[in-house]
Ligand binder design. Structure first.
Ligand SMILES: Nc1ncnc2c1ncn2[C@@H]1O[C@H](COP(=O)(O)OP(=O)(O)OP(=O)(O)O)[C@@H](O)[C@H]1O
Ligand SMILES: [Mg+2]
Length: 264
């Protein structure tokens, strides 16, 4: 991947969110949640079902607006900031997002390569109307590289509805990769994939992080997490702790995130 992030120093903050509050009606999904993402680092997002992980991704992407916290005396809202960037209107320009589940019509006659082409459409360096003119050489190269990295090169021409669940997951991870973003947000990319795919996706994420991208990835398996990520953010509506794996996954923090039933 080539992008301006490589000019930065490891550890520079690319995304910082503080005081995020989101409710769906009476259900509080995020309550004073915070997250910091740094250049070149992979952060694992860990929390039980319903702890607000997917809501956090959507809020970071600007798909959900943070709301004023009912506990606060002022109507102040939490903020998502991108300190290393000039002020911009939308996070979407430089964040790539791979959702937990895709709102996709699996019968639509779209091939794997075309799904990746959609990812290139979202790139900030595309000029308007490029899609109608077709893919550039750079687009084709990026698509071929992402197919290769995710082991999907032999399935490039296959209709997406004819992929297995794990292959679909890899196709959408590949779509995230072709966007050449500075920040990559992946909501459960390892769910439903086999051990070989998990290893290959993990390898790709490490390569991408080494090129300077800041990655946030939600993960359920705590046994393999220290091989996959640099930092962990433990979430239980609020952010319990964020930092290096061993410092964050302490007994007390895990109890705050999961209750008494968890042992690492
Ligand atoms: N669109 C919605 N409308 C109403 N409630 C919602 C909606 N989306 C999520 N919720 C609720 O908000 C809370 C947080 O949901 P969220 O999907 O963010 O959790 P999660 O940590 O991603 O869970 P999982 O591990 O199961 O994916 C849950 O109680 C959920 O039921
Ligand atoms: Mg979720």
């Amino acid at each position: 991947m080539s992008h301006p992030a490589t000019e930065r120093n490891d550890g520079d903050i690319l995304l910082e969110a503080r005081g995020l509050h989101v409710s769906y009606g009476a259900t509080i999904a995020l309550d004073n949640a915070s997250v910091t993402l740094r250049h070149g680092r992979i952060t694992g997002l860990v929390g039980m079902n319903g702890s607000g992980k997917s809501t956090l991704f959507k809020t970071l992407m600007g798909l959900i607006e943070p709301q004023p916290s009912p506990a606060a005396r002022t109507p102040e809202r939490g903020q998502v900031r991108f300190p290393a960037h000039a002020p911009v209107g939308k996070a979407r320009n430089f964040c790539a997002y791979v959702p937990q589940s895709e709102a996709v019509d699996w019968n639509f006659p779209l091939t794997v390569a075309e799904v990746l082409g959609q990812g290139r459409r979202g790139c900030p360096h595309r000029s308007p109307g490029w899609w109608r003119r077709g893919h550039s050489t750079a687009d084709r190269r990026a698509i071929a590289a992402a197919l290769r990295r995710t082991g999907l090169q032999d399935l490039a021409g296959r209709q997406i509805g004819q992929l297995s669940g794990g292959q679909r997951k890899r196709a959408f991870v590949a779509r995230g990769l072709v966007q050449d973003a500075d920040i990559l947000l992946l909501d459960e990319p390892f769910a439903g994939v086999d051990a070989a795919s998990e290893i290959s996706i993990a390898g790709v994420l490490r390569e991408v992080a080494n090129s300077g991208v800041a990655i946030l990835v939600s993960i359920h398996d705590l046994h393999t997490i220290d091989r996959l990520v640099d930092d962990v953010l433990l979430l239980n509506r609020r952010s319990i702790a964020q930092g290096p794996v061993e410092r964050v996954l302490t007994h007390d923090n895990l109890r705050a995130a999961f209750g008494e039933g968890i042992a690492r």
